[in-house]
Design a protein around this ligand. Structure first.
Ligand code: GLA
Length: 458
């Protein structure tokens, strides 16, 4: 069923965060907000770096969110402010051609991505002017999807301010597409869970067509997020896009080796579909076709029969033009293996065998190992934190989100949560003053939260 994001009548004065935001808004703009929008961050339980290859992922929304108070103005501009003084104010034109500076992504550009997505969807020549104050509780650059939540919030606010209506699925697709204006070729998991999440349940997110299915997490275990306190801003580096590109090239090489029309295929899932093979068979195929040594540009061009210019223009992104070597075997191995683990995770949750918690923990641990060794998207601090989490009582622990910093997610038997938090605090946070200062917002238990919504004053 294609449902729209809920519009919830809310008693603003009964919610401290909303009340504070309302006050800030009134002080700034001299009028109350017309409406509020909120979009949650997420934690991915399993299925890392496979959404852009077309494979299903298994995230849940967290309680932390981006909240925006909005009123409509007739100034022809978007007035943007943030409750965190670290993020400065912006006035953005509602012009037809919204420009997004990839070289220098600032917080306002994420907002603009959401605005631009809605503008393009409806071909709106003159968008309604908006005055907004944004308030975020998702730790930035921590792998919990604060930037996508901001894009989703902006998309929803723009839809509402311009009296348009879209389903959650349409909004998720538009926001996933428009966030790519920042320059990272994200896969769509973050925007999808931000809109499609429901309180109390994780979701299996499938792509093409986009849909979300409830996944009931086992009783007797809780999920704990811990931030390794290394910041990772995926738009500011090329790590992320290099992986996207390696997967794209691996797709072509596998397809070429099996006599498929490789020029049409872009994602690893498409090779599997064309070959009607199982994930296990794909893993074998990777071993047969791809070698573990990194591929040079020359070798890729030779195998595919393309020129260096065609490689640059057709396969590489703007920020990966400098890359000389590509690890295709390792990346494809991770993707097909991780895709299989997602399905196993879902089937354990559905069938609830007695040893569910242990089985899920094992899958999370395998996922981390694969991310660390094959996909190389971890970092020493994250590995150390995952290790500490396992020694502190977690049954499973892994990096979550893009990686190269940010958070780990651990599954901990409910009765061990208190001692787990204590032990992780002592081993990872307390010994280091910088980490200790960040501990409160860095180490917390999380439960599946609800999706994006419009809030109206009751
Ligand atoms: C980021 C991207 C997602 C996904 C994850 C890694 O969060 O936005 O689309 O690729 O990294 O799983």
């Amino acid at each position: 069923m294609a449902s729209n994001p809920p519009k919830i009548q809310t008693m603003i004065s009964a919610n401290e965060r909303l009340q504070n935001l309302r006050n800030t808004f009134e002080t700034k703009y001299g009028e109350p907000p017309r409406f509020y929008v909120c979009a949650p961050g997420r934690v991915n339980l399993i299925g890392e770096h496979i959404d852009y290859c077309g494979y299903s992922v298994l995230p849940m929304a967290i309680e932390q969110s981006i909240l925006a108070a909005v009123s409509i103005n007739d100034s022809g501009t978007i007035e943007l402010a943030n409750t965190n003084p670290q993020y400065k104010d912006f006035t953005l034109p509602c012009s037809k051609d919204i420009a997004i500076d990839k070289e220098n992504p600032k917080w306002n550009y994420y907002f603009l991505c959401g605005v631009k997505g809605i503008q393009e969807k409806f071909g709106i020549a003159q968008l309604a002017g908006m005055s907004c104050v944004v308030d975020g509780t998702i730790p930035p650059s921590s792998g919990l999807s604060s930037s996508s939540a901001l894009v989703c919030c902006a998309g929803l606010a723009t839809m509402e301010a311009n009296h348009k209506s879209l389903s959650k699925v349409e909004l998720a697709e538009i926001c996933a597409r428009s966030e790519r204006y920042i320059g990272t070729e994200g896969g769509g998991m973050d925007q999808s869970i931000s809109f499609l999440a429901e309180k109390g349940t994780a979701k299996l997110i499938e792509f093409q067509p986009l849909r979300a299915t409830d996944v009931k997490l086992p009783d007797g275990a809780m999920f704990v997020i811990s931030n390794c306190c290394v910041e990772m801003n995926k738009a500011a580096s090329s790590h992320y896009n290099i992986r996207v590109v390696e997967c794209r090239i691996a797709t072509k090489m596998l397809a070429r080796a099996r006599g498929l029309d490789w020029s049409k295929l872009l994602k690893l899932v498409q090779v599997q579909v064309e070959l009607k093979a199982s994930l296990q068979e794909m893993l074998t195929l990777v071993d047969e076709v791809l070698h573990p040594e990194p591929y040079s540009r020359e070798e890729i061009c030779r195998v595919l029969g393309i020129t260096s210019e065609q490689l640059c223009a057709g396969l590489l992104s703007a920020n990966t033009q400098h890359v000389t070597h590509f690890k295709l075997h390792q990346r494809a191995k991770h993707v097909y293996g991780e895709a299989a683990r997602v399905l196993q995770f879902k089937s354990v949750c559905d069938s609830t065998p007695a040893e569910s918690v242990q089985l899920l923990g094992d899958l999370m641990n395998q996922s981390h190992t694969s991310c660390r060794d094959l996909y190389e998207c971890s970092c020493p601090e994250l590995d150390q934190l995952v290790d500490i989490c396992l020694k502190s009582g977690a049954v499973g622990s892994r990096l979550t989100g893009a990686g190269w910093g940010g958070c780990a997610v651990s599954m901990v038997p409910s009765e061990k949560v208190e001692s787990f938090l204590q032990a992780v605090s002592e081993a990872y946070y307390q010994p280091d003053p910088r980490r200790a200062a960040m501990e409160k917002q860095s180490l917390f238990v999380t439960k599946p939260g609800g999706g994006a919504a419009v809030l109206l004053e009751h």
